[in-house]
Design a protein around this ligand. Structure first.
Ligand code: KIV
Length: 271
């Protein structure tokens, strides 16, 4: 399957017709201009400015500390780079839970100050009012169910979610709620593949999986993980497409050696 780079700009409607035509949707995170340029040039359908920036960019243990201002800063760089893909930005922890007015203000700030095209929010029924309010302002919303890292202290661990019937039933109901509220797509994170397939078949909107098996409408990964920049993170669902940790470290090792030995700069590398 070749990437159609002629598409002017991927929209939520493009994604819906991809699902309708059984064309898989590709999505990766990016958090800055330079990475987003490469990812967009390659023809990705969606860039997610994920709150995983809290982990991979800032070095925090969880996604909870990142602020709305910091998410907007990351999104601004990505939007400047992205010519073709749809840019979706996570509304961070503390900027929407429990108050639909605050949720709307946060979504409006993201759209106005970064120029992004949509927002993503974690949760089901409990955030329905916020989703409805944001959608009523004309802002597209992507849902996120299953392992929702903003609730990590409620879950206690990052293990697979919805293995038990009760939680699986709630997830299926939540997917229906998000669909009828008007979400344009849903991310399903780290749940049994069979359950993800069932959800993808039961709703008409695209289901994008991460650790949710192959029988859904698209896949998302954290770009630092799939490029092997981040060496410590090795979950079963992750396929590494490069080992940039070793490549970058090797280049830095050589640079240090060249500086110390006075090999760099040489005569051609000076004025
Ligand atoms: O923040 C993020 O990177 C995400 C993806 C894992 C889906 O939400």
């Amino acid at each position: 399957m070749s990437v159609n780079k002629e598409v002017k700009r991927v929209t939520t409607h493009t994604l819906q017709s991809m699902k309708d035509n059984s064309e898989k949707i590709s999505m990766l995170t990016s958090y800055d201009y330079s990475m987003a340029r490469i990812v967009d040039d390659a023809g990705i359908d969606i860039i997610l400015v994920g709150d995983s920036a809290s982990n991979v960019m800032a070095g925090h243990e969880t996604t909870l500390p990142i602020t709305l201002d910091q998410m907007i800063y990351h999104a601004q760089g990505v939007v400047r780079a992205a010519k073709r893909c749809l840019v979706v930005v996570d509304i961070p922890f503390g900027s929407y839970q429990g108050n639909s007015r605050i949720a709307l203000d946060s979504a409006i700030r993201i759209m106005k100050e970064s120029g992004a095209h949509a927002v993503k929010m974690e949760g089901g029924e409990e955030i329905k009012e916020s989703i409805t309010r944001i959608l009523s302002a004309g802002i597209p919303v992507m849902g996120h169910l299953g392992l929702t890292p903003q609730s990590i202290y409620k879950f206690g661990t990052y293990t697979v979610r919805a293995k038990e019937e009760e939680e699986a039933d709630k997830l299926k109901q939540d997917a229906k709620i998000l669909e009828s509220a008007g979400c344009f797509a849903i991310v399903l994170e780290k749940i049994p593949a069979k359950l993800a397939t069932e959800v993808a078949k039961s709703v008409s909107i695209p289901i994008i999986g991460i650790g949710a098996g192959g029988d859904v409408d698209g896949q998302v990964l954290v770009v630092h993980d799939m490029l092997g920049i981040n060496n410590e993170f090795q979950p079963r669902f992750l396929r590494k497409y490069a080992n940039l940790y070793d490549t970058i470290k090797g280049a830095v090792d050589s640079y240090i050696k060249d500086v110390k030995s006075n090999d760099f700069p040489n005569e051609k590398e000076q004025y």
